[in-house]
Design a protein around this ligand. Structure first.
Ligand SMILES: Nc1ncnc2c1ncn2[C@@H]1O[C@H](COP(=O)(O)OP(=O)(O)O)[C@@H](O)[C@H]1O
Ligand SMILES: N[C@@H](CCOP(=O)(O)O)C(=O)O
Length: 327
């Protein structure tokens, strides 16, 4: 047996919120909500999915984690057809919190660690962007923090920005799914110059606000004309929350990724957190939508991989995650 055949890797990958309003396909922030993947070489492929969030995800070779791992091996010129994969995730599927991006980034990182880190993080970013077709959510899951990025169809470029220490996040996750594919399908193929100028201006000021700590400017900068107006009919309650959340204690508000999750940025020291929760819940309930509200923080590390020492391999992924999440 070679080293690779004995190696087991464990990866922890954060969720993300893409766009942050005006930064359509270009801005993303990692969140402290995680998925974990264990991967090792096997005689026969076995995929074990843990947790409620994995319901409906295939546990055969059509699984995204398996497919992405095979892509890494192919590009590296190595053959590892059979894998033992275990996954646990707290990231809800198809809700605009980057579950597919985190699966892609987690699988790329795990497969790369398994073969001895043949690819650099930048190379993984290029592959992840090609797969996801935009760099915002994969960039955030890879690098952590706030990622400002673009993709010209050949290369993705990014700059990572450290989130302000007072930035807290409240997400309202509706109890229905909305696939990114469907939410991109409603967007017009052409936009006016006026809308383009609106978004360039707002996105630029938002990034400048993040970079300079001008939390007061998030309220005016976090507005969008390119995607949220077209997606609002798919998310009952969204229009009202976008219009009024800053009157109820939010620093800024946006659709998270392609939705249906709605994200508010909140000052850690705000005394209006309960008011904001009641407002969001009330607006959604008025439309007949139940939602889970979660307080999160930006993740600052991005994806992390660990090659397990032989004595650590006895600890199952589930035991490990329980230990991590319960402290
Ligand atoms: N851990 C996973 N394993 C396999 N497939 C996954 C995993 N996580 C997400 N996916 C796939 O990604 C899809 C959701 O992607 P998408 O519509 O872009 O929504 P999201 O906003 O959650 O990324 C799921 O329906 C599933 O097909
Ligand atoms: N920029 C993309 C982001 C999709 O993110 P997801 O987390 O919903 O997959 C878009 O807005 O379509």
């Amino acid at each position: 047996m070679t080293d690779i055949n004995k190696r087991r890797v464990r990866v922890k990958v954060p969720a993300s919120t893409a766009n942050l309003g005006p930064g359509f396909d270009t801005l993303g922030m990692a969140l402290d909500l995680y998925a974990w993947i264990d991967m090792s070489v096997s005689d026969e492929t076995r995929i074990t999915l843990h947790g409620d969030q994995m319901n409906g995800v295939p546990a055969d070779k059509s699984n995204l984690i398996y497919e992405v791992a095979q892509l890494v091996f192919k590009r590296a010129g190595v053959e590892i057809p059979e894998l033992d994969i275990a996954m646990y995730s707290d990231i809800p599927l198809t809700r605009g919190l980057g579950s597919s991006a985190s699966a892609i980034v987690g699988a790329l990182t795990a497969a790369n660690a398994l073969i001895g880190d043949k690819f650099t993080k930048d190379e993984l970013f290029q592959i992840a962007t090609e797969l996801e077709k935009h760099p915002d959510n994969v960039g955030a899951s890879l690098f952590g923090g706030i990622v400002v990025a673009f993709w010209d169809g050949k290369r993705a470029e990014y700059i990572r920005v450290e989130p302000h220490e007072r930035l807290d996040v409240l997400v309202a996750i509706p109890h229905f799914q909305l696939s990114t594919e469907k939410a991109r399908g409603v967007l017009p193929r052409e936009q006016s110059l006026e809308n383009a100028v609106f978004n360039v201006g707002h996105s630029s000021v938002l990034v400048a606000a993040f970079c300079t700590g001008r939390l007061d400017m998030i309220r005016v900068a976090m507005k969008d004309a390119l995607h949220q107006p077209y997606r609002a009919p798919l998310v009952p309650g969204l229009a009202g929350i976008l219009a009024e959340a800053t009157d109820h204690g939010a620093l800024g508000v946006a659709l998270s990724g392609a939705g249906p999750t709605i994200l508010t940025l909140v000052d850690r020291d705000s005394d209006r957190k309960n008011e904001l929760e009641s407002f969001m819940r009330g607006k959604l309930r008025a439309e007949g939508i139940e939602a889970t509200l979660l307080w999160l923080k930006p993740d600052r590390e991005g994806v992390a991989a660990q090659v397990l020492a032989p004595e650590e391999q006895g600890c199952s992924l589930l035991e490990f995650v329980k230990g991590e999440t319960l402290g």
